[in-house]
Design a protein around this ligand. Structure first.
Ligand code: 13P
Ligand code: SF4
Length: 398
């Protein structure tokens, strides 16, 4: 079934209806779950297309951004899928480029009072929820995510109400209101371990919103998981059959897959992991080439990690296939040098989260960060939950 789903219906886009008039936009189609029928429909939203600066403009934009980051004592936190310049700028100025888990931890622990989050909206919201006292700015507040769009808070609350016996575990790629309803938030780098731990305690899980990541974790852990049927429009497009053909043509290549990809693609992976785990695999590997099934923004860091090696985008198209994203997230692509500079010059695009919602949402994020802190020495426990001695004992359905 195909329906047009006006962007303004979206929770995220509704609050910024005029911003789309400012620049060129394109229509973005994605699969929106219909939980009442168990199916999905093709819905449409939009994304802005930032202008590409000339070589001279680029150099002067970067210089000015560096200067303003220093003057304003702001720190830039970028995701691996954003423009390469924004990744480099973050690293060159004392910020960080990382996966969703490390972005959250870094932003929380950094002493700067202003954070600029280059990524998509849920990343800015997570930073604000963890540090309500900080000013969180984003190059574009309309940069959303098909997982977030496909999991409206009221529909999600109704789903949770129908299953009060289940522990609610949500992926980071959700709105603050959805997180406020959850017992745990996870990212792709730690979701499997958290579900494993909950399963070991006999908990039944309600999982949202990514169906592919949920079913991968379900298969790996054997946990009882009820899945929301959302998907990432980038990873959902990788194709199992075409990947088989590509592997046959490149038998020497290591296949790297993000677990938001469909099962037929995950099944062919040599390495399955979050963005930072996939980059670490490139660093550790002797392979001469890699087939990469995740957003191709990651190739910038992979090429830096292993210069001279060959990186090949996993196939998103082929016979009877579509190319809605062509392996690059249209919302991550909204982060550019121009709007980053604009935000630094004007203080525009501040993220606000209703304090009452934030207070509820922070609990599930703190639990994840504390779980990570116990697993990895380099992640410091949150002050809020430092005294929670029995991390799992009290955790269950709200
Ligand atoms: P990670 O960087 O945590 O693997 O997440 C990928 C993602 O979905 C970002 O949108
Ligand atoms: Fe969402 Fe996929 Fe874009 Fe990540 S890449 S922000 S999961 S749509």
């Amino acid at each position: 079934m195909k329906t047009t789903w006006p962007a303004r219906v979206s929770n995220n886009l509704q609050s910024h209806p005029t911003a789309m008039q400012a620049t060129a936009t394109k229509v973005v189609e994605f699969e929106r779950p219909q939980m009442e029928t168990g199916g999905s429909c093709t819905a449409s939203a939009w994304a802005k297309v930032p202008p590409t600066p000339s070589v001279e403009e680029r150099a002067s934009l970067k210089a000015r951004i560096k200067q303003l980051l220093r003057e304003k004592q702001a720190v830039l936190v970028s995701h691996y899928y954003v423009d390469a310049d924004l990744q480099d700028l973050a690293e060159e100025t004392g910020g960080c480029v990382s996966d969703s888990l490390e972005m959250a931890r870094f932003g929380r622990d950094h002493p700067a009072k202003t954070l600029i989050v280059a990524g998509v909206r849920f990343m800015g919201e997570t930073a604000k929820i963890l540090s309500p006292e900080k000013r969180i700015l984003m190059p574009d507040l309309d940069a959303t995510c098909s997982l977030d769009l496909g999991c409206a808070p009221d529909e999600f609350a109704a789903f949770c109400d129908q299953h009060p016996d289940r522990t609610v575990v949500v992926y980071a790629n959700t709105s603050a209101a959805v997180k406020a309803r959850a017992d745990w938030m996870v990212t792709s780098s730690i979701g499997l371990e958290i579900v494993q731990a909950l399963h070991a305690q006999g908990k039944k899980i309600l999982w949202a919103p990514d169906k592919h990541l949920g079913s991968y974790i379900q298969k790996q852990t054997g946990a009882d998981m009820l899945l929301w049927q959302g998907s990432c429009l980038v990873h959902d497009e990788f194709k199992g059959t075409e990947l088989e053909l590509m592997r046959a043509a490149h038998p020497e290549a290591l296949v790297l897959v993000h677990p938001e990809s469909p099962a037929a693609v995950v099944a062919q992976a040599d390495v399955i992991g979050s963005t930072s785990q996939l980059i670490a695999a490139v660093q550790a590997s002797n392979a001469p080439s890699f087939i990469v099934a995740t957003d191709n923004g990651i190739l910038h860091k992979m090429r830096q990690a292993a210069p001279g090696k060959l990186f090949i985008d996993a196939p998103t198209a082929g016979n009877s296939a579509t190319c809605k994203s062509c392996a690059h997230c249209p919302w991550m692509a909204m982060n550019g040098l121009q709007n980053l500079l604009h935000v630094l010059e004007t203080g525009a695009n501040e993220i606000h989260v209703d304090p009452a919602v934030g207070k509820q949402a922070v609990v599930c994020i703190d639990r994840m960060l504390d779980f990570a802190a116990k697993k990895k020495a380099n992640v410091r426990p949150s002050a809020r939950l430092e005294n929670e001695q029995t991390l799992f004992a009290g955790i269950g359905p709200a």
